[in-house]
Design a binder for this molecule. Structure first.
Ligand SMILES: [Zn+2]
Ligand SMILES: [Zn+2]
Length: 390
């Protein structure tokens, strides 16, 4: 009988093979090979952070992924950012109705170096520095045909519960077209940050045309809120109001260009902002997933204003003041990650139009990834974006 360790190795191997090619059968010969871990050459193992239960993360040796499709690449991961969704999966074991199946590798904001490419891959090879776009769309459904790749009906997303394992490990195999080349001048951590920045760029695209005269409110100054500040500024906004409960985040928002910051625990942020903007706000970005913030956003908006919701609430339901929304003909727009904004994000970072480096406040080794998650989950030590350097 195989030992427990052998069984976990088999399941992990099957998992990886499913990730890289869902149609590829596991042959009995390969299973036999995996049954005895002592037969595994050392190079087939890698270190990975794995969620094992709500609130539990271990760093373990797992089988390295196998490059077994001609259009994929094997990437040596170098930097992975911790996203709010990763923290939801870590703390609560899922988001809304989506539950994590353990063990589960988190992380989808990743960059690294190509180690090997499939036969059909052109334009990149060993050593190419890449940012990994974590969303894999089918390309055939009605959403994909219409260009709405982020709402693809068969989307597979790295580190999304029920979909694909994540990148917080040494190596991943991903389709070549999910890898975007990054110039040498862009650090791995900045390239990894292109993923959350792409969401902010997309949020701003979905809002309204912004100019120096457009007042903008951003509720929540975490990585997405602060990225939205940078993206809104880049799009022309200058009167940007930012709220958060954490003083360090408000200080950073002010440094990055907010004209006003406020803490809803200390002041009536709606009243204070409306003193300065008596007609109300045409666009509010909700970037923290809190019921309070949704309520504040609806009260801040001017008639026909737009509430752009990017934050992820803890549960499946929130409430909204339909009376105010109806009377003021308010628009609510839910942002689902991003669509085709990764390349613009990399381009803005690489030409210096947007500097994400102040937002990367903490760095941890892969071995310390549990500490990284705890720091982010507790909003400790002024953390904005924590990077795990693999
Ligand atoms: Zn994310
Ligand atoms: Zn599709």
């Amino acid at each position: 009988m195989p030992s427990c360790k052998s069984i976990s190795l088999i399941s992990a191997t099957v998992m990886y093979r499913q990730e890289s090619n869902r149609c590829m059968p596991i042959t009995p010969i390969k299973l036999e090979f995996c049954l005895n871990p002592s037969l595994l050459p050392w190079r087939l193992l890698m270190i990975a952070a794995e969620l094992t239960a709500p609130g539990q993360l271990t760093v373990a040796d797992v089988p390295a992924p196998i490059l077994n499709t001609s259009d994929s690449v094997l990437v040596r991961v170098r930097a992975v950012g911790i996203c709010g969704s990763d923290v939801h999966n870590y703390v609560h074991g899922g988001i809304g109705a989506r539950k994590v199946v353990y063990p589960f590798i988190p992380g989808h904001e990743a960059s690294g170096e190509v180690l090997a490419v499939g036969r059909a891959v052109k334009g990149m090879g060993q050593g190419t520095r890449v940012m990994i776009e974590p969303a894999m769309h089918c390309g055939h459904c009605d959403q994909c045909v219409d260009g709405h790749f982020n709402t693809c009906r068969r989307i597979q997303f790295l580190s999304s519960a029920g979909e694909l394992q994540g990148c917080m490990c040494e190596q991943v195999v991903v389709p070549a077209h999910n890898c975007f080349r990054i110039p040498d001048s862009v650090s791995f951590e900045a390239a990894a940050f292109a993923e959350p920045l792409s969401i902010a760029i997309y949020s701003v695209q979905q809002s309204i045309p912004l100019s120096a005269e457009t007042p903008v409110v951003i509720l929540g100054a975490g990585p997405i809120g602060l990225s939205t500040l940078l993206a809104a500024k880049h799009a022309g906004a200058q009167r940007i109001y930012v709220t958060d409960r954490i003083p360090e985040r408000l200080a950073m928002a002010a440094t990055l260009g907010a004209c006003w910051t406020g803490n809803p625990d200390k002041i009536d942020i709606v009243a204070d902002i409306l003193v300065k903007e008596s007609l109300g706000i045409p666009v509010v970005f909700e970037c923290c997933g809190q019921q309070d913030a949704i309520d504040q956003g609806i009260r801040l908006l001017k008639p026909r204003g737009k509430l752009v919701i990017t934050g992820i609430p803890e549960g499946s339901r929130i409430t909204m003041n339909i009376d105010l929304m109806r009377r003021n003909e308010l628009n609510i727009y839910n942002v689902r990650r991003q669509n085709q904004c990764v390349e613009p994000a990399i381009e803005m970072i690489s030409r210096g139009a947007i500097d994400v480096s102040p937002l990367i406040t903490h760095r941890f080794s892969l071995a310390a990834s549990r500490q990284a998650f705890d720091t982010v989950a507790r909003y400790a030590d002024g953390v904005v974006k924590a990077m795990v350097m693999c």
